[in-house]
Design a protein around this ligand. Structure first.
Ligand code: ADP
Ligand code: MG
Length: 406
Protein backbone atom coordinates (compact mmCIF):
# COMPACT_ATOMS: atom_id res chain seq x y z
CA UNK A 1 0.00 0.00 0.00
CA UNK A 2 1.26 3.49 -0.75
CA UNK A 3 1.73 5.73 2.23
CA UNK A 4 0.01 9.00 1.43
CA UNK A 5 0.71 10.70 4.74
CA UNK A 6 3.82 12.45 6.03
CA UNK A 7 6.29 14.95 4.64
CA UNK A 8 6.99 13.10 1.37
CA UNK A 9 3.30 13.12 0.47
CA UNK A 10 3.02 16.77 1.52
CA UNK A 11 5.93 17.66 -0.74
CA UNK A 12 4.42 15.89 -3.68
CA UNK A 13 1.09 17.57 -3.08
CA UNK A 14 2.76 20.97 -3.00
CA UNK A 15 4.60 20.19 -6.23
CA UNK A 16 1.29 19.24 -7.87
CA UNK A 17 -0.31 22.44 -6.64
CA UNK A 18 2.57 24.43 -8.11
CA UNK A 19 2.14 22.61 -11.43
CA UNK A 20 -1.60 23.34 -11.31
CA UNK A 21 -0.97 27.00 -10.62
CA UNK A 22 1.45 27.10 -13.58
CA UNK A 23 -1.36 25.80 -15.76
CA UNK A 24 -3.69 28.56 -14.51
CA UNK A 25 -1.08 31.26 -15.11
CA UNK A 26 0.22 30.11 -18.52
CA UNK A 27 -2.66 28.01 -19.88
CA UNK A 28 -0.63 24.81 -20.41
CA UNK A 29 1.03 22.13 -18.30
CA UNK A 30 4.66 22.58 -17.17
CA UNK A 31 7.38 20.18 -18.33
CA UNK A 32 8.50 19.69 -14.74
CA UNK A 33 8.69 21.04 -11.20
CA UNK A 34 12.01 21.68 -9.43
CA UNK A 35 12.92 22.70 -5.88
CA UNK A 36 15.83 24.50 -4.21
CA UNK A 37 16.13 25.12 -0.46
CA UNK A 38 16.94 28.05 1.77
CA UNK A 39 19.89 27.56 4.11
CA UNK A 40 21.34 28.45 7.48
CA UNK A 41 25.04 28.67 8.07
CA UNK A 42 26.04 26.58 11.08
CA UNK A 43 29.47 28.21 11.41
CA UNK A 44 31.93 30.12 9.21
CA UNK A 45 30.55 33.66 8.89
CA UNK A 46 32.10 36.41 6.76
CA UNK A 47 34.82 33.95 5.79
CA UNK A 48 33.70 33.24 2.23
CA UNK A 49 35.25 36.38 0.76
CA UNK A 50 38.47 35.58 2.60
CA UNK A 51 38.98 32.22 0.83
CA UNK A 52 37.92 30.62 4.13
CA UNK A 53 35.66 27.86 5.42
CA UNK A 54 31.86 27.76 5.69
CA UNK A 55 29.42 25.12 6.85
CA UNK A 56 25.82 25.67 5.79
CA UNK A 57 22.92 23.23 5.85
CA UNK A 58 19.82 23.26 3.69
CA UNK A 59 16.44 23.97 5.28
CA UNK A 60 13.25 22.03 4.55
CA UNK A 61 11.89 25.35 3.23
CA UNK A 62 12.09 25.44 -0.54
CA UNK A 63 11.39 27.54 -3.59
CA UNK A 64 9.59 25.53 -6.25
CA UNK A 65 9.69 26.35 -9.94
CA UNK A 66 7.26 24.85 -12.43
CA UNK A 67 8.71 25.41 -15.89
CA UNK A 68 8.18 24.76 -19.58
CA UNK A 69 10.49 25.59 -22.50
CA UNK A 70 9.59 28.24 -25.09
CA UNK A 71 10.72 28.12 -28.70
CA UNK A 72 10.93 31.92 -29.11
CA UNK A 73 13.73 32.51 -26.58
CA UNK A 74 11.53 34.65 -24.33
CA UNK A 75 11.67 34.19 -20.55
CA UNK A 76 8.41 34.72 -18.69
CA UNK A 77 8.42 34.61 -14.88
CA UNK A 78 5.61 34.71 -12.34
CA UNK A 79 5.82 34.47 -8.57
CA UNK A 80 3.09 33.43 -6.18
CA UNK A 81 4.97 35.15 -3.36
CA UNK A 82 4.34 38.80 -3.95
CA UNK A 83 7.12 39.45 -6.47
CA UNK A 84 5.80 41.70 -9.25
CA UNK A 85 2.36 41.90 -7.59
CA UNK A 86 1.31 38.68 -9.22
CA UNK A 87 2.00 39.90 -12.77
CA UNK A 88 3.97 37.97 -15.35
CA UNK A 89 7.29 39.61 -16.22
CA UNK A 90 8.37 39.06 -19.81
CA UNK A 91 12.09 39.22 -20.56
CA UNK A 92 14.04 38.97 -23.80
CA UNK A 93 17.38 37.46 -22.87
CA UNK A 94 19.19 38.97 -25.85
CA UNK A 95 18.26 42.40 -24.51
CA UNK A 96 19.13 41.70 -20.88
CA UNK A 97 21.67 44.03 -19.30
CA UNK A 98 23.15 43.78 -15.80
CA UNK A 99 21.74 46.00 -13.05
CA UNK A 100 18.57 46.57 -15.02
CA UNK A 101 16.70 47.40 -11.82
CA UNK A 102 13.86 45.09 -12.67
CA UNK A 103 13.10 44.07 -9.08
CA UNK A 104 12.63 40.42 -8.22
CA UNK A 105 12.67 39.34 -11.89
CA UNK A 106 16.38 40.34 -12.00
CA UNK A 107 17.19 37.09 -10.19
CA UNK A 108 15.78 34.67 -12.81
CA UNK A 109 16.78 37.08 -15.59
CA UNK A 110 20.33 37.07 -14.20
CA UNK A 111 20.41 33.29 -14.43
CA UNK A 112 19.37 33.31 -18.10
CA UNK A 113 21.98 36.04 -18.70
CA UNK A 114 24.76 34.14 -16.91
CA UNK A 115 24.00 30.90 -18.78
CA UNK A 116 24.07 32.72 -22.14
CA UNK A 117 27.25 34.59 -21.20
CA UNK A 118 28.88 31.23 -20.46
CA UNK A 119 28.05 30.18 -24.03
CA UNK A 120 25.48 27.60 -22.99
CA UNK A 121 22.64 26.83 -25.43
CA UNK A 122 19.76 27.95 -23.23
CA UNK A 123 16.44 28.94 -24.77
CA UNK A 124 13.31 30.60 -23.46
CA UNK A 125 11.00 29.36 -20.73
CA UNK A 126 7.85 30.04 -18.77
CA UNK A 127 8.41 29.80 -15.01
CA UNK A 128 6.10 29.97 -12.03
CA UNK A 129 7.53 30.06 -8.49
CA UNK A 130 6.05 29.06 -5.16
CA UNK A 131 8.23 29.48 -2.07
CA UNK A 132 8.22 28.68 1.65
CA UNK A 133 11.64 30.26 2.23
CA UNK A 134 11.26 33.39 4.39
CA UNK A 135 12.33 36.34 2.23
CA UNK A 136 14.98 38.75 3.52
CA UNK A 137 15.49 36.75 6.75
CA UNK A 138 19.11 35.87 6.00
CA UNK A 139 18.01 32.37 4.94
CA UNK A 140 18.93 32.96 1.32
CA UNK A 141 15.65 33.04 -0.54
CA UNK A 142 17.64 34.76 -3.29
CA UNK A 143 19.97 31.78 -3.82
CA UNK A 144 17.00 29.38 -3.69
CA UNK A 145 15.34 31.40 -6.46
CA UNK A 146 18.52 31.51 -8.53
CA UNK A 147 19.44 27.87 -8.13
CA UNK A 148 15.96 26.51 -8.82
CA UNK A 149 15.86 28.62 -11.98
CA UNK A 150 19.30 27.41 -13.08
CA UNK A 151 18.41 23.77 -12.43
CA UNK A 152 15.11 24.03 -14.31
CA UNK A 153 16.85 25.62 -17.35
CA UNK A 154 19.71 23.11 -17.10
CA UNK A 155 17.30 20.19 -17.33
CA UNK A 156 14.92 21.77 -19.86
CA UNK A 157 17.85 22.41 -22.22
CA UNK A 158 20.09 19.46 -21.35
CA UNK A 159 23.00 21.74 -20.40
CA UNK A 160 24.65 19.03 -18.29
CA UNK A 161 25.86 21.42 -15.58
CA UNK A 162 27.51 19.97 -12.50
CA UNK A 163 26.11 21.24 -9.22
CA UNK A 164 29.30 23.20 -8.55
CA UNK A 165 29.20 24.90 -11.95
CA UNK A 166 25.53 25.65 -11.49
CA UNK A 167 26.31 27.30 -8.13
CA UNK A 168 29.10 29.41 -9.65
CA UNK A 169 26.84 30.58 -12.48
CA UNK A 170 24.13 31.49 -9.96
CA UNK A 171 26.66 33.47 -7.91
CA UNK A 172 27.74 35.26 -11.08
CA UNK A 173 24.11 36.14 -11.77
CA UNK A 174 23.75 37.68 -8.30
CA UNK A 175 27.13 39.47 -8.39
CA UNK A 176 27.23 40.74 -11.93
CA UNK A 177 23.57 40.97 -12.95
CA UNK A 178 21.58 41.72 -9.79
CA UNK A 179 24.56 43.63 -8.36
CA UNK A 180 24.88 41.98 -4.92
CA UNK A 181 28.52 41.18 -4.00
CA UNK A 182 27.80 37.86 -2.25
CA UNK A 183 30.25 34.97 -1.86
CA UNK A 184 29.76 31.42 -3.15
CA UNK A 185 28.27 29.89 0.02
CA UNK A 186 24.55 30.42 -0.50
CA UNK A 187 24.35 29.10 -4.03
CA UNK A 188 26.55 26.11 -3.18
CA UNK A 189 24.35 25.27 -0.20
CA UNK A 190 21.18 25.44 -2.30
CA UNK A 191 22.75 23.34 -5.07
CA UNK A 192 24.84 20.80 -3.16
CA UNK A 193 23.50 20.12 0.35
CA UNK A 194 22.19 16.67 1.20
CA UNK A 195 19.70 15.32 3.73
CA UNK A 196 21.07 14.84 7.25
CA UNK A 197 24.34 16.67 6.57
CA UNK A 198 26.00 20.01 6.94
CA UNK A 199 28.15 20.97 3.96
CA UNK A 200 31.76 21.85 4.62
CA UNK A 201 33.00 24.10 1.84
CA UNK A 202 36.49 25.42 1.36
CA UNK A 203 35.76 28.59 -0.57
CA UNK A 204 39.31 28.76 -1.96
CA UNK A 205 39.39 25.58 -4.01
CA UNK A 206 35.64 24.84 -3.70
CA UNK A 207 36.39 21.38 -2.35
CA UNK A 208 33.42 20.22 -0.32
CA UNK A 209 32.52 17.47 2.10
CA UNK A 210 29.16 16.30 3.44
CA UNK A 211 29.51 16.14 7.22
CA UNK A 212 26.90 13.93 8.95
CA UNK A 213 24.75 16.09 11.23
CA UNK A 214 22.07 13.83 12.67
CA UNK A 215 20.42 16.18 15.14
CA UNK A 216 17.36 14.01 15.82
CA UNK A 217 19.50 10.91 16.32
CA UNK A 218 21.53 12.78 18.96
CA UNK A 219 18.40 14.10 20.72
CA UNK A 220 19.20 17.64 19.66
CA UNK A 221 17.49 20.42 17.81
CA UNK A 222 18.83 23.40 15.91
CA UNK A 223 16.36 26.27 16.14
CA UNK A 224 16.28 29.13 13.68
CA UNK A 225 15.22 32.41 15.26
CA UNK A 226 14.14 34.81 12.53
CA UNK A 227 14.22 38.19 14.27
CA UNK A 228 12.12 39.69 11.44
CA UNK A 229 14.31 42.77 11.51
CA UNK A 230 16.64 43.97 8.81
CA UNK A 231 18.67 47.05 9.74
CA UNK A 232 19.45 48.82 6.52
CA UNK A 233 23.15 49.43 6.96
CA UNK A 234 23.25 47.66 3.67
CA UNK A 235 26.04 47.56 1.16
CA UNK A 236 28.26 50.15 2.83
CA UNK A 237 28.69 48.13 6.02
CA UNK A 238 29.42 44.95 4.06
CA UNK A 239 31.91 46.76 1.82
CA UNK A 240 33.64 48.22 4.89
CA UNK A 241 34.19 44.71 6.33
CA UNK A 242 35.49 43.41 3.04
CA UNK A 243 37.83 46.37 2.74
CA UNK A 244 39.21 45.79 6.25
CA UNK A 245 39.84 42.13 5.43
CA UNK A 246 41.61 43.04 2.20
CA UNK A 247 43.72 45.63 4.01
CA UNK A 248 44.66 43.08 6.63
CA UNK A 249 45.70 40.55 3.99
CA UNK A 250 47.77 43.17 2.15
CA UNK A 251 49.48 44.35 5.32
CA UNK A 252 50.32 40.76 6.25
CA UNK A 253 51.56 39.95 2.77
CA UNK A 254 49.12 37.12 2.13
CA UNK A 255 46.70 36.57 -0.74
CA UNK A 256 43.71 36.27 1.63
CA UNK A 257 43.17 36.03 5.39
CA UNK A 258 42.66 32.31 4.91
CA UNK A 259 46.44 32.14 4.60
CA UNK A 260 47.01 33.29 8.19
CA UNK A 261 47.34 30.11 10.29
CA UNK A 262 45.64 30.22 13.66
CA UNK A 263 48.99 29.63 15.40
CA UNK A 264 50.37 32.79 13.74
CA UNK A 265 47.51 35.01 14.89
CA UNK A 266 49.27 36.67 17.86
CA UNK A 267 52.27 37.57 15.69
CA UNK A 268 49.97 38.78 12.91
CA UNK A 269 48.08 41.04 15.33
CA UNK A 270 51.36 42.44 16.66
CA UNK A 271 52.41 43.18 13.11
CA UNK A 272 49.16 45.09 12.54
CA UNK A 273 49.50 47.25 15.65
CA UNK A 274 50.33 50.28 13.53
CA UNK A 275 47.33 49.80 11.19
CA UNK A 276 44.67 52.37 11.95
CA UNK A 277 40.91 51.85 11.90
CA UNK A 278 38.66 51.94 8.89
CA UNK A 279 36.64 54.64 7.20
CA UNK A 280 33.50 53.81 9.20
CA UNK A 281 33.55 54.56 12.93
CA UNK A 282 31.01 51.77 13.55
CA UNK A 283 32.99 49.07 11.77
CA UNK A 284 35.89 46.91 12.92
CA UNK A 285 39.47 48.07 12.59
CA UNK A 286 41.90 45.91 10.64
CA UNK A 287 43.12 43.94 13.64
CA UNK A 288 39.64 43.06 14.84
CA UNK A 289 38.63 42.01 11.33
CA UNK A 290 41.69 39.78 11.03
CA UNK A 291 41.07 38.27 14.45
CA UNK A 292 37.47 37.43 13.55
CA UNK A 293 38.29 35.75 10.25
CA UNK A 294 41.24 33.73 11.54
CA UNK A 295 39.45 32.52 14.68
CA UNK A 296 36.26 31.82 12.72
CA UNK A 297 38.09 29.55 10.26
CA UNK A 298 39.50 27.72 13.26
CA UNK A 299 36.03 27.33 14.76
CA UNK A 300 34.82 25.70 11.54
CA UNK A 301 37.63 23.15 11.77
CA UNK A 302 36.84 22.53 15.43
CA UNK A 303 33.13 22.03 14.72
CA UNK A 304 33.97 19.47 12.02
CA UNK A 305 36.32 17.64 14.39
CA UNK A 306 33.56 17.39 17.01
CA UNK A 307 30.95 16.23 14.51
CA UNK A 308 33.34 13.64 13.05
CA UNK A 309 34.03 12.42 16.58
CA UNK A 310 30.29 12.01 17.23
CA UNK A 311 30.20 14.86 19.80
CA UNK A 312 27.56 17.23 18.44
CA UNK A 313 26.92 18.79 21.86
CA UNK A 314 30.51 19.99 21.98
CA UNK A 315 29.89 22.44 19.13
CA UNK A 316 27.63 24.59 21.35
CA UNK A 317 30.40 26.72 22.92
CA UNK A 318 31.98 27.21 19.48
CA UNK A 319 28.72 28.65 18.17
CA UNK A 320 28.53 31.05 21.11
CA UNK A 321 32.19 32.05 20.72
CA UNK A 322 31.49 32.70 17.03
CA UNK A 323 28.69 35.05 18.01
CA UNK A 324 30.94 36.98 20.40
CA UNK A 325 33.48 37.38 17.61
CA UNK A 326 30.86 38.65 15.15
CA UNK A 327 29.43 41.01 17.79
CA UNK A 328 32.60 42.39 19.36
CA UNK A 329 35.28 42.05 16.69
CA UNK A 330 33.51 42.09 13.35
CA UNK A 331 30.62 44.23 14.58
CA UNK A 332 27.87 42.87 12.35
CA UNK A 333 25.36 41.89 15.03
CA UNK A 334 22.47 43.99 16.36
CA UNK A 335 20.37 44.27 19.53
CA UNK A 336 17.79 41.69 18.43
CA UNK A 337 20.39 39.07 17.46
CA UNK A 338 22.34 39.65 20.67
CA UNK A 339 19.16 39.29 22.69
CA UNK A 340 18.22 36.03 20.95
CA UNK A 341 21.65 34.56 21.71
CA UNK A 342 21.70 35.85 25.28
CA UNK A 343 18.18 34.65 26.08
CA UNK A 344 18.94 31.24 24.53
CA UNK A 345 22.03 30.86 26.70
CA UNK A 346 20.19 31.95 29.84
CA UNK A 347 17.46 29.40 29.10
CA UNK A 348 19.99 26.56 28.91
CA UNK A 349 20.76 26.29 25.19
CA UNK A 350 24.01 24.49 24.34
CA UNK A 351 25.10 27.36 22.11
CA UNK A 352 23.77 30.09 19.82
CA UNK A 353 24.95 32.57 17.21
CA UNK A 354 23.74 34.97 14.59
CA UNK A 355 23.83 33.43 11.11
CA UNK A 356 24.13 35.09 7.72
CA UNK A 357 25.41 38.57 6.98
CA UNK A 358 24.15 40.21 10.17
CA UNK A 359 22.41 43.51 11.07
CA UNK A 360 19.21 41.51 11.53
CA UNK A 361 18.03 38.31 9.94
CA UNK A 362 18.31 35.09 11.88
CA UNK A 363 20.16 33.32 14.69
CA UNK A 364 20.68 29.58 15.23
CA UNK A 365 20.32 27.95 18.63
CA UNK A 366 21.49 24.42 19.52
CA UNK A 367 19.30 22.85 22.21
CA UNK A 368 18.45 19.52 23.76
CA UNK A 369 15.27 18.33 22.06
CA UNK A 370 13.46 18.18 25.41
CA UNK A 371 14.34 21.84 26.13
CA UNK A 372 13.50 23.22 22.69
CA UNK A 373 10.03 24.54 23.51
CA UNK A 374 11.17 26.12 26.77
CA UNK A 375 14.13 27.85 25.11
CA UNK A 376 11.96 29.07 22.23
CA UNK A 377 9.41 30.38 24.74
CA UNK A 378 12.08 32.25 26.72
CA UNK A 379 13.45 33.91 23.59
CA UNK A 380 9.95 35.02 22.63
CA UNK A 381 9.38 36.40 26.14
CA UNK A 382 12.69 38.26 26.08
CA UNK A 383 11.73 39.87 22.75
CA UNK A 384 8.35 40.94 24.16
CA UNK A 385 9.98 42.36 27.30
CA UNK A 386 12.40 44.38 25.18
CA UNK A 387 9.59 45.72 23.02
CA UNK A 388 10.68 43.85 19.87
CA UNK A 389 8.21 42.21 17.51
CA UNK A 390 7.79 38.46 18.10
CA UNK A 391 10.47 36.39 16.36
CA UNK A 392 9.59 33.43 14.16
CA UNK A 393 11.20 30.27 15.55
CA UNK A 394 11.37 26.91 13.78
CA UNK A 395 13.67 23.86 13.70
CA UNK A 396 16.39 23.62 11.04
CA UNK A 397 16.22 20.03 9.85
CA UNK A 398 19.28 19.38 7.62
CA UNK A 399 17.60 18.81 4.25
CA UNK A 400 18.28 18.05 0.61
CA UNK A 401 19.65 20.51 -1.93
CA UNK A 402 18.11 21.34 -5.30
CA UNK A 403 16.27 18.55 -7.09
CA UNK A 404 13.52 17.70 -9.53
CA UNK A 405 10.17 16.91 -7.90
CA UNK A 406 7.91 16.16 -10.88
P1 ADP B 1 17.55 36.62 1.46
O1 ADP B 1 18.31 35.97 0.36
O2 ADP B 1 18.28 36.62 2.75
O3 ADP B 1 16.17 36.07 1.63
P2 ADP B 1 17.85 38.88 -0.28
O4 ADP B 1 17.61 40.32 -0.08
O5 ADP B 1 19.20 38.43 -0.69
O6 ADP B 1 17.38 38.16 1.07
O7 ADP B 1 16.85 38.32 -1.38
C1 ADP B 1 15.46 38.59 -1.28
C2 ADP B 1 14.92 39.01 -2.63
O8 ADP B 1 14.90 37.87 -3.51
C3 ADP B 1 13.50 39.49 -2.57
O9 ADP B 1 13.42 40.86 -2.28
C4 ADP B 1 13.00 39.19 -3.98
O10 ADP B 1 13.42 40.19 -4.88
C5 ADP B 1 13.75 37.92 -4.33
N1 ADP B 1 12.96 36.70 -4.05
C6 ADP B 1 13.32 35.66 -3.27
N2 ADP B 1 12.39 34.68 -3.29
C7 ADP B 1 11.41 35.11 -4.11
C8 ADP B 1 10.17 34.54 -4.58
N3 ADP B 1 9.75 33.34 -4.18
N4 ADP B 1 9.42 35.28 -5.43
C9 ADP B 1 9.83 36.49 -5.83
N5 ADP B 1 10.98 37.06 -5.45
C10 ADP B 1 11.78 36.40 -4.60
MG1 MG C 1 20.21 36.66 -0.38
Amino acid sequence: MTDTSGPAADREQRARRTAERFREVYGAAPAGVWAAPGRVNLIGEHTDYNDGFVMPLALPHTTLAAAAPRADGVLRVHSGDGGGNGRIAELRPAALRPASGGGWADYPAGIAWALREAGLPVGGADLHYDSTVPVGAGLSSSAALEVVTALALDELYGLGLTRQRLARLAQRAENAFVGVPCGIMDQTAAACCTDGHALFLDTRDLVQRQVPFDLAGAGLRLLVVDTRVRHELGDGAYAQRRAMCERGARALGVHALRDVPYAHLPAALDGLAAERGGPDADGPDVRAAVRHVVTENRRVEDVIAHLDAGEPRAIGPLLTAGHASLRDDFRVSCAELDLAVEAAGAAGALGARMTGGGFGGSAVVLVEEAAADTVAGRITEAFAAAGHAAPRIFPAVPSAGARRLL
